[in-house]
Unconditional design. Structure first.
Lengths: 195, 195
């Protein structure tokens, strides 16, 4: 990477940290410039407006997250893949002591009604995430590892929704209990009616 | 109510609408004054600071919501009470065409890490909500209507988390599918292992 790319990457990294904890609206450019140690002109050189910066933060986080999901879902069996995913969800937020929550869930709540470009970008992330889970669930149903009375796509929708709700509750209380309970119940739910 | 009380109520009502769609941070006092048709001095007479107004909005919404939950959970049997609650959750957000989402979930995500007074207030709401559901679930377990292999408090935690996640997803897509799928799966989950 040459210097311009390095600066851009540092900007995105600092912006991601701020946005993750405070949201897009509450993150000020002044604060970001101080955190990244760069001048205003440099910021505007890379990102003409605040929305451009915000959407770049989101795009970068999406790419990283989907790559992490692909890795997590790589396992000898579908059941192990889902088990790994549920552990990943807990570990990821436990490591952050439940500060910040899920950047995508936060963005969904902040932007769903306010900014259609952000809403579309985060909507796309959730569709991809749910599709990846659904593919594994379908394979697990085929292999007799998950319940078959509910379509794989619906199960995947419930998994992602419940994980998001659990993250919200654990973040609010700053304890892992709510998310862990949600993940345990998802496992029980997925494996019911399987013999 | 005398005139001062009426003005205060109108202020809170308009503030609630704005906060519900935009969040606390993005709601400007100027916009609120225009919407409520009152002068700045009148606002400061009732609420010395923006946080006082925000917390009053939250307190008013909490009181209304918990009263609605009490009414919804009043039914001949625990199973019917939970069924009524799940229908209430869908109907409430369908009526708003999935705009605004859940004020408490929004506040949890906006304020969990940013403002401890808001975080405590909304944390208290979620605890009360979960407790009310848990009481009904426990009665239903006693009556053989709900699964008994998971504690009532855990099931209540999962119900509220999944409803919150489902609202988030339906709000993002502006369609009822995700929330409806979540509610259907909750019902299946609660009534499993019951004969």
């Amino acid at each position: 990477m040459h210097e311009g790319e390095l600066t851009k990457e540092r900007l995105l990294e600092e912006a991601t940290k701020l946005v993750h904890e405070k949201g897009f609206g509450a993150t000020s450019l002044t604060e970001l410039l101080t955190a990244a140690g760069i001048r205003k002109g440099t910021l505007y050189y890379h990102f003409p407006g605040k929305d451009d910066l915000g959407l770049a933060v989101l795009q970068r986080a999406k790419t990283k997250f989907l790559a992490a999901i692909d890795e997590v879902l790589t396992a000898p069996t579908p059941k192990e893949a889902i088990q790994k995913f549920l552990e990943f969800a807990l570990e990821r937020h436990r490591a952050r002591r439940f500060v910040g929550g899920c950047l995508f869930g936060n963005t969904a709540l902040e932007m769903s009604d306010a900014n259609s470009r952000f809403a579309e970008s985060v909507g796309h992330l959730f569709r991809q995430w749910i599709d990846k889970i659904a593919t594994v669930i379908a394979a697990g149903q085929e292999a007799g590892q998950f319940r078959r009375d509910i379509p794989a796509g619906d199960l995947a929708q419930v998994i992602v929704s419940t994980v998001e709700g659990g993250i919200m509750m654990s973040r609010l209380r700053k304890e892992e209990g709510p998310l862990k309970t949600c993940l345990d119940c998802l496992k029980t739910f997925l494996c019911a009616n399987v013999r």
